[in-house]
Design a protein around this ligand. Structure first.
Ligand code: XIL
Length: 298
């Protein structure tokens, strides 16, 4: 196969990218995105601040631009993200306790209902675990509404869109460490109690190294009975970039329940990591060595 999407499809997987709505009018960008990728994540346009700028007043224009582009070009959509402590609208930042909890669940229900049937997978909750050695939850206004806020969000999402796959998504979970183990314990608990969860997203914003147990970490989540996806892959440019991309790709392909990989942008100059040049196309839209290493590993 000669594109990432077609190569991933050979093993029944997808290859995706994050898309920014305001870049779809850039023909180099849109051409690469359409040619190479089969799953689309809105980089910012489906987040809480974008979709509910004032309380219970919803704004789907920019999210729809991406969903419509994806649909018109035969691509699936990963919804990102229903609840996250970052990019909350100002009004929600000013809430706490029961008022915040009610607003958050209302947000999940309304957005997942609006997009019902159009979203392959939702990142229901994003980045709710703490960095460092605690293995516990990140302190946030959402967490302070009660430790069960995550399961409440998953139940609301399932009720609103029963056919969407529901995912928990986080970063610094690229090996077996305290944070990924905390998430692992939550997923195991959800599965044992029948809380609806279908998948775990490993963002994989990587520097110049990759943990040696990257594949083993994917495997242990898969062994809990959930799918795994690499959801926001980017790798700092350095001597090892192509090798690291290839290691990630091989690891996913080695685990049957690792169902797809998404990179967090198209060209280096589209990346949120300014100066890292962490993507598969250079700023002129040329394929990098890392691109070829991924294509060859798929
Ligand atoms: C980033 C976007 O790429 C930026 O444009 C925005 O300014 C901040 O958010 N983890 C996530 C993504 O789940 O939503 C973040 O995206 C990157 C880190």
């Amino acid at each position: 196969a000669s594109t990432l999407g077609a190569a991933a499809a050979q093993s029944g997987r997808y290859f995706g990218t994050a898309i920014a709505a305001n870049k779809l009018s850039d023909s180099t960008y849109a051409t690469i995105a359409n040619r190479e990728f089969t799953m689309i994540t809105a980089e910012n346009e489906m987040k809480w601040d974008a979709t509910e700028p004032s309380q219970n007043s919803f704004s789907y224009g920019r999210g729809d631009q991406i969903a419509t582009w994806a649909r018109n070009n035969g691509k699936q959509v990963r919804g990102h993200a229903l609840l996250w402590h970052a990019q909350m609208p100002g009004w929600a930042q000013n809430l706490s306790g029961t008022a915040l909890r009610t607003a958050a669940i209302n947000h999940v229900t309304k957005v997942a209902t609006y997009y019902r049937g159009k979203i392959h997978t939702w990142d229901v909750v994003n980045e709710a675990f703490a960095d460092g050695g605690s293995g516990g939850r990140r302190d946030s206004s959402l967490q302070r509404t009660g430790n069960d806020w995550i399961e409440a969000a998953f139940r609301a999402a399932r009720a609103a869109d029963p056919n969407a796959k529901l995912c928990y998504n986080d970063y610094n979970t690229d090996g077996i460490n305290a944070k990924s183990t905390g998430i692992y314990a939550m997923v195991r608990d959800f599965k044992s109690r029948g809380v609806p969860i279908d998948c775990v997203g490993l963002q994989s914003h990587l520097g110049t190294t990759i943990p040696s147990d990257y594949q083993a970490n994917i495997q242990r989540f898969a062994d809990l009975g959930v799918d795994v996806q690499i959801t926001e892959l980017d790798v700092e440019q350095g001597g090892n970039q192509a090798n690291i991309y290839q290691t990630v790709t091989r690891a996913c392909l080695a685990v049957a329940r690792c169902t797809g990989i998404t990179v967090w942008g198209v060209r280096d100059n589209d990346s949120w990591r300014t100066g890292a040049n962490p993507l598969l196309f250079d700023s002129s839209g040329n394929k990098k060595v890392a691109y070829t290493s991924v294509l060859n590993a798929l």
